[in-house]
Design a protein around this ligand. Sequence first.
Ligand code: NOS
Length: 278
Amino acid sequence: AHVTGETAARIREAAAYITEKSGALKPRIGLILGSGLGVLADLIEDAVVLDYGDIPHFPVSTVEGHAGELLLGTVKGKPVLMMKGRFHGYEGYGPETVSFPVRVMKELGVQTLIVTNAAGGINENYQVGDLVILKDHLNLTGRNPLIGPNDNALGVRFPDMSEAYSKRLRTLAHRVAERQGLGLQEGVYVGLMGPSYETPAEIRMLRILGGDVVGMSTVPEVIAARHSGIEVLGFSCVSNMAAGMLDQPLSHAEVMETTERVKPKFLQLVLGIIEEMD
Ligand code: NOS
């Protein structure tokens, strides 16, 4: 059987199950919530909660700080779909599996994707706890979710990535942040495979290459979203300074502590942005 044909069938089956459970709700905005940021799901009203394990062909997240639930409901009256818990390449999933939920979002009618993640700060002007709007990324995973035969029904063979992170939505986010009196950095996300954190030498290299934050997620989902014609807005929470910048080791415990501390302002920002979206 043809690989892409199989993928399309799996996308439809997953979407059909979700539609069956969520009824009339037609999500237009999708959110992917990163490490420790699952609390953003508290924003959602009248949520239908689906376990990833119950959705046909959905992978299951295995990382601490990542629940495995899909929520459908409304935020500020707008129909949204939230992924509480995402998939990472380091869990052993291929990039096409990591980005499968984005394909399902497209099938359900999602037009805008908001991705959040926890990331190490490379930029020396950043501090732990800063929120960063992503203006671009460096795909240093060595992988791509679009490798293999292209299904033209999903998108073009060679998708343009010159505005991966929507200028329009970044402007909107800055406006909301300003109104809320919230400082917001803007930077380039470096996506790596992990799961070991970087060495100090790698961080010096990434800084020279133009990276501002570094993490192990987001890139495959954003590539699949752009391939699907979905507009993207991305945020990193600087959960820790990158390796070698402070005289201390990195730990996932610190990552989760920081995201826990930052969540109120993150919640407020995302809420404000969704309110402004059309
Ligand atoms: N994460 C990081 N990934 C790479 N380098 C960092 O400094 C860093 N800080 C946070 C690990 O704690 C999880 O959080 C992100 C990674 O994407 C990973 O999922």
